[in-house]
Design a protein around this ligand. Sequence first.
Ligand code: GCO
Ligand code: MG
Length: 408
Amino acid sequence: MRISSADVVVTSPDRNFVTLKITTDDGLTGLGDATLNGRELAVAAYLTEHVVPLIIDRDPHRIEDTWQFLYRSAYWRRGPVTMAAIAAVDMALWDIKGKAASLPVYQLLGGASRTGIRAYGHASGLDLESLFDSIRMHQSLGFTAIRVQTAVPGLRAVYGVAASAGEGTRYDYEPARRQALPAEEDWDTAAYLRHLPTVFDAVRAEFGPELTLLHDGHHRMTPNQAARLGRSLEPYDLFWLEDCTPAENPEALRRVRSQTTTPLAIGEVFNTAFDYQTLITEQLIDYVRSAVTHTGGLTPMKKLMDFAAMYQIKSGIHGPTDISPVGMAAALHLDLAIHNFGIQEYMPHGELTNEVFRQSFSFTDGDLHPGEQPGLGVELDEGAAARFPYERAYLPFNRLLDGTVHDW
Ligand code: GCO
Ligand code: MG
Protein backbone atom coordinates (compact mmCIF):
# COMPACT_ATOMS: atom_id res chain seq x y z
CA MET A 1 0.00 0.00 0.00
CA ARG A 2 1.21 3.54 -0.85
CA ILE A 3 0.05 7.04 0.00
CA SER A 4 -1.37 8.41 -3.23
CA SER A 5 -2.54 11.85 -2.09
CA ALA A 6 -2.78 14.09 0.94
CA ASP A 7 -5.10 17.08 1.12
CA VAL A 8 -5.35 19.85 3.68
CA VAL A 9 -8.92 20.87 4.43
CA VAL A 10 -9.49 24.16 6.26
CA THR A 11 -13.04 24.67 7.41
CA SER A 12 -14.79 26.94 9.87
CA PRO A 13 -18.15 25.54 10.99
CA ASP A 14 -18.30 26.90 14.55
CA ARG A 15 -14.59 27.76 14.50
CA ASN A 16 -11.54 27.13 12.31
CA PHE A 17 -10.21 23.58 11.93
CA VAL A 18 -7.32 22.22 9.87
CA THR A 19 -7.64 18.58 8.81
CA LEU A 20 -5.25 16.42 6.82
CA LYS A 21 -6.82 13.72 4.68
CA ILE A 22 -4.43 11.02 3.46
CA THR A 23 -5.60 8.66 0.69
CA THR A 24 -3.91 5.39 -0.26
CA ASP A 25 -3.73 3.59 -3.59
CA ASP A 26 -5.96 0.93 -1.96
CA GLY A 27 -8.66 3.58 -1.58
CA LEU A 28 -8.37 3.90 2.21
CA THR A 29 -8.49 7.35 3.77
CA GLY A 30 -7.18 8.60 7.10
CA LEU A 31 -7.84 11.88 8.92
CA GLY A 32 -5.53 13.91 11.15
CA ASP A 33 -6.16 17.07 13.17
CA ALA A 34 -3.68 19.94 12.67
CA THR A 35 -5.67 22.75 14.30
CA LEU A 36 -3.60 25.38 16.10
CA ASN A 37 -6.02 27.87 17.59
CA GLY A 38 -5.56 31.36 16.14
CA ARG A 39 -2.63 30.28 13.91
CA GLU A 40 -4.42 27.75 11.70
CA LEU A 41 -3.09 28.79 8.30
CA ALA A 42 0.53 28.54 9.44
CA VAL A 43 0.06 24.80 9.97
CA ALA A 44 -1.95 24.43 6.76
CA ALA A 45 0.95 26.03 4.82
CA TYR A 46 3.56 23.91 6.66
CA LEU A 47 1.63 20.81 5.65
CA THR A 48 0.95 21.80 2.05
CA GLU A 49 4.34 23.26 1.26
CA HIS A 50 6.66 21.05 3.26
CA VAL A 51 5.07 17.83 4.48
CA VAL A 52 2.65 16.63 1.81
CA PRO A 53 5.37 16.34 -0.89
CA LEU A 54 7.42 14.17 1.51
CA ILE A 55 4.74 11.61 2.26
CA ILE A 56 3.41 10.88 -1.23
CA ASP A 57 4.34 7.35 -2.25
CA ARG A 58 5.39 6.29 1.27
CA ASP A 59 4.08 3.09 2.86
CA PRO A 60 1.30 4.27 5.25
CA HIS A 61 1.93 1.29 7.55
CA ARG A 62 5.37 2.64 8.53
CA ILE A 63 4.09 5.02 11.20
CA GLU A 64 7.17 5.10 13.46
CA ASP A 65 9.53 5.55 10.53
CA THR A 66 7.41 8.34 9.03
CA TRP A 67 7.22 10.10 12.39
CA GLN A 68 11.00 9.95 12.91
CA PHE A 69 11.59 11.05 9.32
CA LEU A 70 9.33 14.12 9.65
CA TYR A 71 10.72 15.01 13.10
CA ARG A 72 14.42 14.54 12.36
CA SER A 73 14.80 15.34 8.68
CA ALA A 74 13.56 18.93 8.90
CA TYR A 75 16.50 19.80 11.20
CA TRP A 76 14.18 22.42 12.84
CA ARG A 77 12.55 20.45 15.61
CA ARG A 78 9.62 21.05 17.90
CA GLY A 79 7.43 24.15 18.01
CA PRO A 80 3.63 24.17 17.83
CA VAL A 81 3.37 24.53 14.03
CA THR A 82 5.75 21.68 13.23
CA MET A 83 4.36 19.36 15.88
CA ALA A 84 0.71 19.96 14.91
CA ALA A 85 1.60 19.14 11.30
CA ILE A 86 3.43 15.94 12.28
CA ALA A 87 0.52 15.04 14.56
CA ALA A 88 -1.91 15.25 11.66
CA VAL A 89 0.15 12.83 9.57
CA ASP A 90 0.54 10.48 12.53
CA MET A 91 -3.18 10.40 13.37
CA ALA A 92 -4.13 9.89 9.73
CA LEU A 93 -1.73 6.93 9.48
CA TRP A 94 -3.17 5.32 12.64
CA ASP A 95 -6.65 5.88 11.17
CA ILE A 96 -5.57 4.09 7.97
CA LYS A 97 -3.90 1.27 9.88
CA GLY A 98 -7.07 0.74 11.87
CA LYS A 99 -9.19 0.67 8.73
CA ALA A 100 -6.76 -1.72 7.03
CA ALA A 101 -6.94 -4.04 10.06
CA SER A 102 -10.71 -3.50 10.54
CA LEU A 103 -10.00 -2.52 14.14
CA PRO A 104 -10.59 0.63 16.18
CA VAL A 105 -7.29 2.38 16.92
CA TYR A 106 -7.48 1.61 20.66
CA GLN A 107 -7.14 -2.09 19.80
CA LEU A 108 -3.87 -1.36 18.00
CA LEU A 109 -2.61 0.56 21.04
CA GLY A 110 -3.00 -2.47 23.29
CA GLY A 111 -6.76 -2.82 23.68
CA ALA A 112 -9.13 -1.40 26.27
CA SER A 113 -7.86 -0.96 29.82
CA ARG A 114 -11.25 0.26 31.05
CA THR A 115 -14.90 0.34 30.07
CA GLY A 116 -15.30 4.11 29.78
CA ILE A 117 -13.35 7.34 29.84
CA ARG A 118 -14.30 9.69 32.64
CA ALA A 119 -14.71 13.21 31.30
CA TYR A 120 -14.79 16.62 32.94
CA GLY A 121 -16.85 19.55 31.72
CA HIS A 122 -16.43 23.31 32.10
CA ALA A 123 -18.70 25.19 34.48
CA SER A 124 -18.29 28.91 34.97
CA GLY A 125 -20.20 31.84 36.34
CA LEU A 126 -20.16 35.59 36.73
CA ASP A 127 -21.40 35.12 40.31
CA LEU A 128 -22.20 32.20 42.63
CA GLU A 129 -25.75 31.86 41.40
CA SER A 130 -24.79 31.55 37.73
CA LEU A 131 -21.88 29.29 38.64
CA PHE A 132 -24.18 26.96 40.58
CA ASP A 133 -26.60 26.91 37.63
CA SER A 134 -23.75 26.02 35.30
CA ILE A 135 -22.57 23.22 37.61
CA ARG A 136 -26.12 21.85 37.84
CA MET A 137 -26.47 22.00 34.07
CA HIS A 138 -23.28 19.93 33.71
CA GLN A 139 -24.52 17.43 36.29
CA SER A 140 -27.75 17.10 34.33
CA LEU A 141 -25.71 16.26 31.23
CA GLY A 142 -24.09 13.45 33.22
CA PHE A 143 -20.73 14.99 34.13
CA THR A 144 -19.35 13.70 37.43
CA ALA A 145 -16.24 15.91 37.26
CA ILE A 146 -16.48 19.64 36.69
CA ARG A 147 -13.95 22.40 36.13
CA VAL A 148 -14.93 25.56 38.03
CA GLN A 149 -13.94 28.99 36.67
CA THR A 150 -15.31 32.22 38.03
CA ALA A 151 -15.36 35.95 37.43
CA VAL A 152 -13.32 37.99 39.92
CA PRO A 153 -14.96 41.04 41.50
CA GLY A 154 -13.53 44.23 39.96
CA LEU A 155 -12.34 42.57 36.73
CA ARG A 156 -14.30 43.12 33.51
CA ALA A 157 -13.83 39.77 31.79
CA VAL A 158 -11.91 36.63 32.74
CA TYR A 159 -10.89 34.00 30.18
CA GLY A 160 -12.66 30.70 30.71
CA VAL A 161 -15.82 32.30 32.10
CA ALA A 162 -18.89 32.32 29.85
CA ALA A 163 -20.15 35.86 29.30
CA SER A 164 -23.72 34.74 29.95
CA ALA A 165 -25.44 31.70 31.39
CA GLY A 166 -27.02 31.10 27.95
CA GLU A 167 -23.64 30.09 26.58
CA GLY A 168 -24.08 26.77 28.37
CA THR A 169 -21.03 24.56 28.03
CA ARG A 170 -19.20 27.05 25.79
CA TYR A 171 -17.03 29.97 26.81
CA ASP A 172 -14.83 30.25 23.77
CA TYR A 173 -14.80 33.06 21.36
CA GLU A 174 -16.37 31.95 18.15
CA PRO A 175 -18.03 33.24 16.15
CA ALA A 176 -18.09 36.61 17.91
CA ARG A 177 -14.38 37.35 17.66
CA ARG A 178 -14.01 36.37 14.03
CA GLN A 179 -12.50 39.03 11.80
CA ALA A 180 -11.76 41.13 14.89
CA LEU A 181 -8.50 41.85 16.67
CA PRO A 182 -7.81 40.07 19.99
CA ALA A 183 -10.14 41.13 22.78
CA GLU A 184 -8.40 42.74 25.73
CA GLU A 185 -9.23 41.37 29.16
CA ASP A 186 -7.87 42.48 32.53
CA TRP A 187 -6.26 40.69 35.42
CA ASP A 188 -5.36 41.18 39.09
CA THR A 189 -3.72 38.16 40.70
CA ALA A 190 -4.12 39.46 44.27
CA ALA A 191 -7.89 39.84 43.80
CA TYR A 192 -8.05 36.34 42.25
CA LEU A 193 -6.10 34.76 45.12
CA ARG A 194 -8.46 36.37 47.65
CA HIS A 195 -11.62 35.43 45.76
CA LEU A 196 -11.08 31.89 44.48
CA PRO A 197 -11.00 30.02 47.83
CA THR A 198 -14.30 31.67 48.82
CA VAL A 199 -15.86 30.33 45.61
CA PHE A 200 -14.65 26.76 46.22
CA ASP A 201 -15.85 27.03 49.81
CA ALA A 202 -19.33 27.94 48.55
CA VAL A 203 -19.30 25.23 45.86
CA ARG A 204 -18.36 22.52 48.38
CA ALA A 205 -21.04 23.77 50.79
CA GLU A 206 -23.66 23.61 48.02
CA PHE A 207 -22.63 20.41 46.20
CA GLY A 208 -21.01 18.34 48.96
CA PRO A 209 -17.69 16.51 49.16
CA GLU A 210 -18.13 13.94 46.38
CA LEU A 211 -18.35 16.04 43.22
CA THR A 212 -14.96 16.06 41.50
CA LEU A 213 -13.76 19.66 41.05
CA LEU A 214 -10.94 21.05 38.92
CA HIS A 215 -9.56 24.53 38.27
CA ASP A 216 -7.40 26.12 35.53
CA GLY A 217 -4.99 28.93 36.52
CA HIS A 218 -4.03 29.59 32.86
CA HIS A 219 -0.33 30.25 33.56
CA ARG A 220 -1.03 33.49 35.42
CA MET A 221 0.80 33.03 38.75
CA THR A 222 4.33 33.24 40.09
CA PRO A 223 5.57 30.11 41.90
CA ASN A 224 4.92 31.73 45.25
CA GLN A 225 1.41 32.82 44.33
CA ALA A 226 0.66 29.36 42.98
CA ALA A 227 1.97 27.73 46.16
CA ARG A 228 -0.30 29.99 48.20
CA LEU A 229 -3.30 29.19 46.03
CA GLY A 230 -2.61 25.45 46.15
CA ARG A 231 -2.52 25.60 49.94
CA SER A 232 -5.63 27.70 50.26
CA LEU A 233 -7.54 25.24 48.06
CA GLU A 234 -6.45 22.12 49.98
CA PRO A 235 -9.60 22.03 52.15
CA TYR A 236 -11.72 21.78 48.97
CA ASP A 237 -9.99 18.65 47.68
CA LEU A 238 -9.42 19.56 44.02
CA PHE A 239 -8.78 16.84 41.46
CA TRP A 240 -6.18 19.22 40.03
CA LEU A 241 -4.96 22.78 39.77
CA GLU A 242 -4.01 23.27 36.12
CA ASP A 243 -1.33 25.52 34.58
CA CYS A 244 -0.69 27.47 37.76
CA THR A 245 2.64 28.92 36.52
CA PRO A 246 3.94 29.77 33.01
CA ALA A 247 4.77 26.68 30.96
CA GLU A 248 8.31 27.67 29.95
CA ASN A 249 9.79 27.18 33.41
CA PRO A 250 9.40 23.65 34.83
CA GLU A 251 11.57 24.57 37.83
CA ALA A 252 8.78 26.88 39.05
CA LEU A 253 6.78 23.81 39.98
CA ARG A 254 9.46 22.68 42.45
CA ARG A 255 8.47 25.58 44.66
CA VAL A 256 4.75 24.93 44.23
CA ARG A 257 5.11 21.19 44.75
CA SER A 258 7.10 21.52 47.97
CA GLN A 259 4.41 23.77 49.46
CA THR A 260 1.12 22.09 48.62
CA THR A 261 -0.54 18.72 48.21
CA THR A 262 -3.11 20.07 45.73
CA PRO A 263 -2.52 17.91 42.62
CA LEU A 264 -0.90 19.72 39.69
CA ALA A 265 -1.53 19.42 35.95
CA ILE A 266 0.29 21.16 33.11
CA GLY A 267 1.17 20.83 29.44
CA GLU A 268 -1.51 22.05 27.02
CA VAL A 269 1.01 24.38 25.35
CA PHE A 270 3.91 21.91 25.41
CA ASN A 271 4.84 20.30 22.09
CA THR A 272 7.03 17.31 22.93
CA ALA A 273 7.75 14.75 25.58
CA PHE A 274 11.04 16.56 26.25
CA ASP A 275 9.08 19.45 27.80
CA TYR A 276 8.03 17.03 30.56
CA GLN A 277 11.42 15.54 31.35
CA THR A 278 12.10 17.46 34.57
CA LEU A 279 8.43 17.49 35.58
CA ILE A 280 8.12 13.73 35.27
CA THR A 281 11.47 12.54 36.60
CA GLU A 282 11.20 14.84 39.64
CA GLN A 283 7.48 13.98 40.05
CA LEU A 284 6.55 17.67 40.10
CA ILE A 285 3.15 17.06 38.48
CA ASP A 286 0.29 14.59 38.74
CA TYR A 287 -1.28 14.94 35.27
CA VAL A 288 -0.02 15.38 31.70
CA ARG A 289 -2.24 17.91 29.89
CA SER A 290 -0.97 17.70 26.31
CA ALA A 291 -3.29 17.36 23.34
CA VAL A 292 -2.55 14.58 20.87
CA THR A 293 -2.83 17.32 18.20
CA HIS A 294 -0.12 19.53 19.71
CA THR A 295 2.40 16.89 20.74
CA GLY A 296 3.07 15.21 17.41
CA GLY A 297 0.30 12.63 17.44
CA LEU A 298 -0.49 9.26 19.00
CA THR A 299 2.98 7.78 18.49
CA PRO A 300 4.81 10.18 20.86
CA MET A 301 1.83 10.53 23.21
CA LYS A 302 1.80 6.79 23.87
CA LYS A 303 5.52 6.90 24.68
CA LEU A 304 5.07 9.99 26.86
CA MET A 305 2.29 8.34 28.85
CA ASP A 306 4.30 5.13 29.31
CA PHE A 307 7.22 7.25 30.58
CA ALA A 308 4.86 9.13 32.94
CA ALA A 309 3.45 5.81 34.19
CA MET A 310 6.84 4.91 35.66
CA TYR A 311 6.39 7.88 38.00
CA GLN A 312 2.69 7.33 38.78
CA ILE A 313 1.73 10.35 36.68
CA LYS A 314 -1.55 10.12 34.80
CA SER A 315 -3.20 11.55 31.71
CA GLY A 316 -5.52 14.54 31.53
CA ILE A 317 -5.58 15.06 27.79
CA HIS A 318 -6.48 18.52 26.51
CA GLY A 319 -9.95 18.52 24.94
CA PRO A 320 -11.33 22.03 24.37
CA THR A 321 -13.36 22.84 21.24
CA ASP A 322 -10.24 23.96 19.38
CA ILE A 323 -9.19 20.30 19.23
CA SER A 324 -11.19 19.01 16.26
CA PRO A 325 -13.39 15.91 16.54
CA VAL A 326 -10.50 14.03 14.85
CA GLY A 327 -8.04 15.12 17.56
CA MET A 328 -10.62 14.27 20.23
CA ALA A 329 -11.16 10.81 18.76
CA ALA A 330 -7.40 10.20 18.83
CA ALA A 331 -7.36 11.19 22.51
CA LEU A 332 -10.24 8.84 23.33
CA HIS A 333 -8.53 5.83 21.73
CA LEU A 334 -5.37 6.55 23.72
CA ASP A 335 -7.34 7.15 26.95
CA LEU A 336 -9.03 3.80 26.61
CA ALA A 337 -5.80 1.92 25.99
CA ILE A 338 -3.24 3.31 28.42
CA HIS A 339 -2.98 2.04 31.97
CA ASN A 340 -2.35 5.45 33.56
CA PHE A 341 -5.49 7.23 32.35
CA GLY A 342 -6.55 10.05 34.68
CA ILE A 343 -9.42 12.04 33.18
CA GLN A 344 -10.37 13.50 29.78
CA GLU A 345 -11.39 17.11 29.18
CA TYR A 346 -14.59 17.33 27.16
CA MET A 347 -16.14 20.51 25.81
CA PRO A 348 -18.81 19.38 23.35
CA HIS A 349 -18.48 20.82 19.85
CA GLY A 350 -21.22 22.89 18.26
CA GLU A 351 -23.84 21.50 15.89
CA LEU A 352 -22.19 22.78 12.72
CA THR A 353 -18.91 21.13 13.70
CA ASN A 354 -20.72 17.84 14.20
CA GLU A 355 -22.27 18.22 10.76
CA VAL A 356 -18.83 18.54 9.14
CA PHE A 357 -17.18 15.82 11.26
CA ARG A 358 -19.36 12.70 11.67
CA GLN A 359 -18.31 11.00 14.86
CA SER A 360 -18.85 7.60 16.41
CA PHE A 361 -17.92 8.36 20.02
CA SER A 362 -20.50 8.27 22.81
CA PHE A 363 -20.98 10.19 26.07
CA THR A 364 -23.02 8.32 28.68
CA ASP A 365 -23.32 8.99 32.42
CA GLY A 366 -20.21 11.17 32.41
CA ASP A 367 -18.06 8.71 30.44
CA LEU A 368 -16.83 8.95 26.85
CA HIS A 369 -16.13 6.00 24.56
CA PRO A 370 -14.56 6.16 21.07
CA GLY A 371 -16.83 3.45 19.65
CA GLU A 372 -15.98 0.40 17.60
CA GLN A 373 -15.58 1.82 14.09
CA PRO A 374 -12.32 0.77 12.40
CA GLY A 375 -9.68 3.51 12.64
CA LEU A 376 -10.42 6.69 14.58
CA GLY A 377 -14.14 6.60 13.81
CA VAL A 378 -14.52 10.11 12.36
CA GLU A 379 -15.60 11.00 8.84
CA LEU A 380 -15.20 14.34 7.17
CA ASP A 381 -18.11 15.59 5.07
CA GLU A 382 -16.13 17.60 2.55
CA GLY A 383 -19.23 19.13 0.99
CA ALA A 384 -20.30 20.45 4.38
CA ALA A 385 -16.73 21.59 5.14
CA ALA A 386 -16.67 23.65 1.94
CA ARG A 387 -19.73 25.60 3.09
CA PHE A 388 -17.71 27.12 5.95
CA PRO A 389 -14.66 28.99 4.66
CA TYR A 390 -11.83 30.06 6.97
CA GLU A 391 -12.25 33.29 8.89
CA ARG A 392 -9.39 34.86 10.81
CA ALA A 393 -10.06 34.67 14.56
CA TYR A 394 -8.00 35.53 17.61
CA LEU A 395 -7.86 34.43 21.21
CA PRO A 396 -8.04 37.25 23.77
CA PHE A 397 -5.15 38.66 25.80
CA ASN A 398 -4.69 40.15 29.25
CA ARG A 399 -3.38 43.35 30.81
CA LEU A 400 -2.80 43.97 34.51
CA LEU A 401 -4.67 46.91 35.98
CA ASP A 402 -1.66 49.20 35.33
CA GLY A 403 -1.66 48.24 31.64
CA THR A 404 1.17 45.68 31.68
CA VAL A 405 0.63 42.73 29.31
CA HIS A 406 0.15 39.56 31.36
CA ASP A 407 -0.44 35.83 30.77
CA TRP A 408 -4.11 35.29 30.07
C1 GCO B 1 -8.32 24.31 28.61
C2 GCO B 1 -7.66 25.46 27.96
C3 GCO B 1 -8.28 26.05 26.74
C4 GCO B 1 -7.25 26.87 25.99
C5 GCO B 1 -7.52 26.90 24.54
C6 GCO B 1 -6.48 27.72 23.81
O1 GCO B 1 -7.89 23.97 29.69
O2 GCO B 1 -9.18 23.75 27.98
O3 GCO B 1 -7.02 26.32 28.82
O4 GCO B 1 -9.42 26.77 26.99
O5 GCO B 1 -7.17 28.16 26.48
O6 GCO B 1 -7.54 25.59 24.12
O7 GCO B 1 -6.43 27.38 22.48
MG1 MG C 1 -6.18 24.92 30.31
